[in-house]
Design a protein around this ligand. Structure first.
Ligand SMILES: Nc1nc2c(c(=O)[nH]1)N[C@H]1C(S)=C(S)[C@@H](COP(=O)(O)OP(=O)(O)OC[C@H]3O[C@@H](n4cnc5c(=O)[nH]c(N)nc54)[C@H](O)[C@@H]3O)O[C@H]1N2
Ligand SMILES: Nc1nc2c(c(=O)[nH]1)N[C@H]1C(S)=C(S)[C@@H](COP(=O)(O)OP(=O)(O)OC[C@H]3O[C@@H](n4cnc5c(=O)[nH]c(N)nc54)[C@H](O)[C@@H]3O)O[C@H]1N2
Ligand SMILES: [Mo]
Length: 765
């Protein structure tokens, strides 16, 4: 009998051999160079590695498939705007091993699912389309045409287009994403869940409401010019290494940095620039002036304490708030202030877990500086009160008039390299009416105005058999979503699951009755079409659109581009009933861009402007103090302290990334900066919490979460004593996604609360 979906979705519980060292006090430097070179040497052919490292993030080169951190507008490093983890991302994609029909004939789906995520990822690049028939144990080859027809047949057999779900992960380029959402809307649904639903959705939600734009307001230049940068809930040394160069530049210009994080992350402490050999020898730059070890989910409490103290000062001296800005540009100040006055400073400080001394140091910097930028990532967005977290950040910036001026503003640091662009060009389950109207007038069909499924809704719908076809453009849905067991059953309930992917991952193994794998080109590869090698485009975290063009030969002749896959599926599904000539787009991506220019705001003359080697900025109201909100002003908001309470024995767990992974792709088994080697099944605990529970270093434990009466368990983790606030703990995702309840998510934004999971820890034996 074949394995159950839950078993196939499970990460391997085998232990390797954990080694623990003292966590690093600084980041990057020689260690990073060594690590990235060894990664490239291991998996790529050397000529390709060199070619790529010279072209990464260069004008006219390709956009690194790693994170969404922007490239400098003018000066770029001659040896490539690279970083250790960027090289790892590329080495992973451009690896010289491929897998085809022989591989799948040799290994059954059950067998592959027993491998660790690390091993699955290292099997190689997918080289030809594969099909898993109902009841079959092995994937078999299928032609592209037959595969497209199969998708079309399944989609056309549904009772209603809303029974299909179309997921996107944020590596998809603007061109592919635009066509994909266009196809989905012409097919008849708005079920476009996106990885951003699990990521920065709460930022989009909070920022749209308060500042009228769901994106950040700052540019790289602002970061250089800020007086004070706060880095909240973010681990840049691992996830956005190039951000450290910008922070260093800010410091050189006299700026200060405050880090707010339960963990003393290496990169927040000290940075050694790998592109500056002299500085490397001198030991690098001290980055954070103040490190605030907030308790997990203690951020609203911390910010409220700051706001209360600022108010107190303002009432005494009358020169703390930017009253001209508040008067002219904001709404809701009085109501906000009267709500703020209902809070008690000591209670807020206590709830934040921050000591008075550290608080005072941070407070002084905030009080005495007016050009403030606040950067944040998943530490703020993956909580039930995530939207409150971000709105409270905005309140602080508004009081200080720190928005829409040089060196000041909001900086949500995005994850995937084009996650922001995908949303801009229409990957949105609840797209604005104005956008849908433009689609209707341009293409002559009426898009569905229903609110489609976000990620959480999609999982529920599949579980309840309301959705029967799952299509994923990139990503690794089963490993990324919460509540692995429930979600595995949800996928298994589908008639068909389809994944457009570069690499094998667990989502190819936890399938519907039938399954298809569509292997596609990666960012680094040349995209040959009838009119020549195609250029595509992406938007980075700061709203700059730029071109990306691969430089390597494709790893297999049987790959299609994402654009071609979307066109093929659309053509096979919609046939004569389509109002669109789908196949023209794949021959010439300029045509896609002409359409985007007509439909999406800010893209006029797209094809011409994309030729600018630095790309172009999209319009950003908040940057110019034009707030496109309901009130026409920037809105203060009222946010409560979170009300959850841990029960005896419980700890609050955050699920984070190690230094050797890109989301669900495991590059290696080390977390160098945190001093953890050769193991991913670890739990970082406060040493007093260990003592109370009678646990010792490296002891094997089982973890349990109980939420709404449902018990979830994850077995076999090793304890690592760590410098983390009491009652807090940390584990890596995806291993602990089994513990994250699907029903625990951010209000209004529905981001899974994967940074605040109440768990208990028990010795395994
Ligand atoms: N190399 C690499 N780069 C990546 C990724 C990757 O996996 N690998 N992923 C990409 C993606 S999609 C994303 S979204 C980003 C993710 O980038 P990050 O958000 O930096 O990633 P996480 O590991 O989730 O780290 C969250 C940080 O928040 C802190 N934190 C957790 N809970 C709280 C809290 O309650 N309050 C505060 N103040 N801090 C908290 C954690 O200690 C940790 O330092 O990175 C992108 N870049
Ligand atoms: N517990 C917990 N869960 C989380 C998070 C967390 O912090 N904690 N973070 C969440 C966040 S922020 C995010 S963004 C999601 C990520 O969720 P996803 O975006 O779904 O996951 P990824 O791991 O980024 O996807 C990796 C897969 O994408 C495919 N791929 C890579 N490059 C390309 C390409 O160019 N084209 C195509 N078509 N496919 C490609 C490869 O097959 C690879 O296996 O996970 C979320 N899940
Ligand atoms: Mo993300």
């Amino acid at each position: 009998m074949s394995k159950s979906p839950e078993e196939k979705a499970k990460t391997s519980e085998k232990f390797l051999s954990l080694k623990i060292t003292t966590p690093s006090k600084n980041s990057v430097g020689f260690g990073a160079i060594k690590s990235s070179l060894s990664q490239a040497a291991k998996y790529m052919n050397p000529a390709d590695a060199l070619k790529l490292s010279l072209k990464i993030n260069q004008k006219g080169g390709f956009d690194c498939p790693g994170c969404a951190w922007p490239d400098p507008d003018d000066e770029r490093s001659p040896i490539g705007e690279y970083c250790e983890n960027g090289i790892k991302a590329i080495a992973e994609e451009a690896q010289n091993k491929t897998i085809n029909r022989e591989f799948f004939a040799k290994h059954s789906v059950d067998e592959l699912s027993a491998m660790s995520d690390f091993e699955i990822g290292k099997s190689g690049r997918l080289a030809e389309p594969m099909f898993l028939a109902d009841g079959a144990s092995h994937y078999q080859p299928i032609s592209w045409n037959d595969a497209f027809e199969k998708v079309g047949k399944h989609l056309n057999a549904l009772n209603n287009p809303d029974e299909a779900v179309f997921y996107t992960s944020g590596r998809t380029t603007n061109e592919a994403a635009f066509l994909y959402q266009l196809f989905v809307r012409e097919y008849g649904t708005s079920n476009l869940p996106d990885c951003s639903n699990m990521c920065h959705e709460a930022s989009g939600s909070a920022l749209s409401e308060t500042l009228g734009i769901g994106k950040g307001s700052v540019t790289l230049d602002d970061l250089y010019k800020a007086d004070l940068v706060m880095v909240v809930g973010q681990n840049p040394a691992t996830n956005h290494p190039r951000m450290l160069s910008a922070l260093e530049k800010c410091k050189k210009n006299g700026g200060k940095i405050i880090a707010v994080n339960p963990l003393p992350e290496a990169g927040l402490m000290k940075f050694v620039d790998p592109q500056s050999p002299i500085k490397m020898l001198m030991g690098g730059t001290k980055l954070s002036d103040v490190f605030v070890p907030v308790t997990i989910n203690g951020d609203v409490a911390f910010f409220k304490a700051i706001l209360l103290k600022l108010l107190q000062k303002e009432e005494a001296t009358n020169d703390v708030f930017d009253k001209t800005f508040i008067e002219e540009f904001t709404d809701g100040y009085d109501v906000f202030i009267s709500d703020l006055k209902t809070y008690n400073f000591d209670e807020c400080l206590q709830a934040s877990g921050v000591s008075k001394n550290v608080f005072d140091d941070a407070f002084d910097l905030i009080l005495n500086n007016d050009k403030i930028i606040i950067c944040w990532a998943m530490g703020l967005t993956q909580h039930q009160n995530a939207v409150d977290n971000i709105r409270e950040v905005v309140n602080l910036l508004l009081l200080k008039g720190s928005i829409g001026k040089e060196g000041a503003g909001t900086c949500p640091v995005r994850g995937h390299s084009n996650v922001q662009g995908d949303r801009t060009v229409g990957i949105w389950e609840s797209a604005p009416q104005a956008f849908l109207d433009k689609i209707e007038s341009k293409y002559g069909f009426k898009p569905s105005v229903k609110h489609g499924y976000s990620v959480i809704d999609a999982v529920k719908a599949m579980y309840e058999k309301k959705a029967k076809v799952f299509f994923g453009l990139g990503g690794n849905f089963i490993s990324a979503v919460p509540d692995t067991n429930y979600s595995a059953e949800a996928l298994a309930n589908c008639n068909l699951t389809v994944h457009v992917s570069t690499k094998l991952n667990r989502s190819h193994l936890v399938t519907g009755k039938e399954a298809l794998i569509f292997p596609c080109l990666g960012r680094t590869e040349k995209d040959y079409q009838k009119t020549g090698v195609q250029t595509q485009s992406v938007e980075n975290s700061m709203g700059i659109v730029s071109s990306t063009k691969g430089i390597l030969e494709p790893c297999s002749e049987d790959l299609l581009s994402e654009v071609a896959v979307v066109c093929g599926v659309a053509h096979a599904t919609l046939k004569e009933r389509s109002k669109i000539n789908w196949l023209q787009y794949q021959d010439d991506y300029n045509l896609v861009r002409d359409d985007i220019a007509e439909v999406v705001e800010g893209f006029n003359d797209f094809n011409t402007r994309l030729k600018n080697p630095s790309g172009f900025y999209l319009p950003n109201g908040a940057r110019e103090r034009k707030f496109n909100t309901k009130t026409g002003k920037a809105n203060f908001s009222i946010n409560k302290l979170p009300h959850w309470k841990l029960k005896d024995e419980e700890l609050i767990m955050m699920t984070i990334r190690s230094h050797d992974q890109f989301n669900t792709t495991i590059y290696g088994l080390d977390d160098r900066y945190r001093g953890v080697y050769n193991e991913r099944r670890v739990i970082f605990m406060n040493r007093e919490d260990m003592k109370v529970r009678g646990l010792i270093e490296k002891q094997v434990v089982n973890l349990k979460s109980v939420y709404s009466g449902i018990v979830r368990e994850a077995h076999s983790f090793k304890v690592v004593g760590y410098d983390i606030p009491k009652n807090c703990c940390a584990t890596y995702f995806p291993e602990t996604n089994v513990l994250v309840p699907l029903d625990s998510f951010a209000h209004t934004a529905k981001t899974p609360a994967s940074k605040s999971v109440a768990i208990t820890v028990e010795a395994a034996y």
